[in-house]
Design a protein around this ligand. Structure first.
Ligand SMILES: [Zn+2]
Length: 309
């Protein structure tokens, strides 16, 4: 069952008449279970949804092993979730919109203070149009001469006490899913998805007989993605627009009816709505009804730190 994670609470000390901020350690507990997905950021690029932007963890036996995306606010949620940088086997980026990567430098920097010694595999899309590929993006951040954060150039070569990022790019071939990462714990497969003109990936994690799909941002009409995630136990899907979205938005994101069609077509066992925005949360009940016209499985409208076991 989906669980809403406990959040830090403010306690009002009435006796003293003072506001006392307390962050009890027990409020920060790992996402339990042998295999679990945690939503770090359930929002999109707008601030008025009061949610962190996109980010997700796959937990295995109480350790965060895979981070998918790192949008604004994910840095904070990563710590609140008690995830450990040294546990990550890989970071997978769906696309290079700011609401999916803007906290990446901060998260990497935090790793400097961790026990991690091994390199960190980082996977992302190849470039196209005005978007760099994952390798050029990382160079723009960390190149020792021209990078914006050139003081952190050790993330490119492992020097200065930083761990080396092993960067790989997945080509935007929308027809053929590609192996993106694999170790003795899980396998990651990626395929290009349609998100306007933005090079974007959808991912499938296969772990211990379970299949966990991350749609990234997409308009839902790539049959190769639906085929790749067939019978997934969990589909984390962008719920970013209302049904009457304008044509430009429809090229970027699936409308509620299209989310329902995709989830039904792929036969997913649980649908998790994320990348929620003010414009999609406003008509939430209407959107859920539209999804239900096509998909009759469980639907979880996620919040930040939602844990799905
Ligand atoms: Zn987005």
């Amino acid at each position: 069952m989906p669980r809403r994670r406990a959040r830090p609470r403010s306690l009002l000390s009435t006796a003293a008449g003072l506001l006392v901020l307390a962050v009890p350690l027990e409020a920060f507990a790992e996402c339990p279970g042998p295999v679990a997905v945690q939503v770090l950021g359930s929002g999109g690029p707008d601030t008025n949804d009061a949610r962190a932007s996109s980010g997700y963890l796959v937990w295995l036996d109480g350790e965060a092993r895979l981070l998918v995306d790192a949008g604004g606010g994910v840095f904070l949620r990563f710590g609140e979730a008690r995830a450990r940088f040294e546990s990550l086997d890989a970071v997978a980026i769906t696309h290079l919109h700011a609401d999916h990567v803007s906290d990446l430098p901060a998260l990497l920097k935090s790793g400097f203070f961790s026990e991690r010694k091994r390199p960190l595999p980082m996977i992302g899309p190849s470039g196209g149009g005005v978007f760099p590929g994952m390798k050029e993006f990382m160079r723009a951040l960390f190149d020792p001469k021209r990078g914006a954060f050139r003081y952190l150039s050790g993330y490119l070569d492992g020097s200065g006490g930083m761990v080396r990022a092993e960067i790989s790019e997945i080509n935007m071939d929308v027809k053929a899913p590609k192996s993106a990462f694999g170790n003795d714990r899980f396998k990651l497969t990626a395929v290009g998805v349609k998100h306007g003109l933005v090079p974007a990936l959808g991912y499938l994690v296969e772990v211990r007989g379970r299949r966990i799909a991350f749609a990234g941002d997409q308009n839902g009409d790539n049959p190769a993605f639906a085929a790749m995630i067939k019978d997934a136990d969990i589909l984390v899907m962008d719920h970013a627009v209302p049904e009457m979205a304008d044509p430009a938005s429809r090229r970027l994101h699936a409308r509620p009816s299209e989310i329902g069609v995709l989830a039904a077509l792929a036969g997913v066992k649980q649908l998790v709505l994320s990348h929620n925005m003010a414009r999609s949360l406003g008509p939430l009940q209407e959107n859920l009804a539209l999804i239900r016209q096509h998909y009759d499985g469980p639907i979880n409208v996620s919040e930040d730190l939602t844990c799905i076991g």
